[in-house]
Design a protein around this ligand. Structure first.
Ligand code: SF4
Length: 216
């Protein structure tokens, strides 16, 4: 059985130095899992970087994605069990467990409600910090209201100046330096953060631009 939650990758491993252990889900992205994907992001998506080029890793991502699409109940119940074990594992190591549900997807997990508990995953694990990047600027306001979920908006070629300024009032914005040289992003009134130092975006000061390098 393919595990849903991965623990170590080059970026999340840096979380350990800051006292956190990150669990992350990698799926095989497509237009259904990433409804706001753009031509540019599909081309540069993290799914093709690092270990993502190995067949074993690709197969695992595909298996998880099939489970998500074909048997969501089983996917979610396996995820809940894995998060419970992950919390114990982190605590044994004296680390704070944190979760990224959308390592390579852009799914609105707040809408996936467990039939028995009537809760979504954020409500079920209300003591755990979740965080993600998203290209969905329209739902940021609603998702921001979830107290244990932090979203960073990902700048993309469809982001207009008005979207950007509106998003920056409440959320941070991540950009890939090599691709997004949009002048508003360099404005001094926003904090500039090196996003490659660690992946713990919920620790960032608000009103910030997160600068990331293009991952090959
Ligand atoms: S995971 Fe993010 S970067 Fe990759 S295709 Fe989906 S929206 Fe684009």
């Amino acid at each position: 059985m393919t595990k849903i939650l991965s623990i170590q990758n080059a970026k999340t491993i840096k979380s350990i130095d800051h006292g956190y252990l990150t669990g992350i889900i990698y799926l095989k992205p497509d237009k259904n899992l990433c409804p706001n994907a753009t031509k540019e992001c599909l081309k540069h998506c993290l799914v093709n970087s690092g270990r993502g080029k190995f067949k074993k890793v690709k197969d695992a991502r595909l298996n998880r994605t099939k489970l998500f699409k074909n048997n969501l109940d089983q996917f979610m119940s396996q995820l809940v069990n894995e998060i419970k074990s992950f919390i114990k594992k982190a605590k044994k190591k004296n680390l704070t467990p944190v979760i990224r549900l959308n390592g390579t997807s852009d799914i609105d997990y707040s809408k996936i409600i467990n039939h028995k508990t009537k809760k979504n995953i954020f409500e079920y694990f209300n003591e755990i910090q979740f965080y993600d990047y998203t290209k969905n600027h329209k739902d940021l306001k609603r998702l921001n209201k979830i107290s244990n979920y932090h979203l960073t908006y990902s700048f993309n070629e469809r982001t207009t100046k008005s979207i950007l300024i509106k998003v920056l009032k409440t959320n941070n914005v991540a950009r890939i330096n090599e691709l997004h040289k949009y002048h508003v992003l360099n404005n001094n009134k926003y904090n500039q953060i090196d996003g490659d130092n660690h992946d713990l975006r919920f620790l960032d000061r608000s009103n910030s631009i997160i600068n990331l390098k293009l991952k090959k």
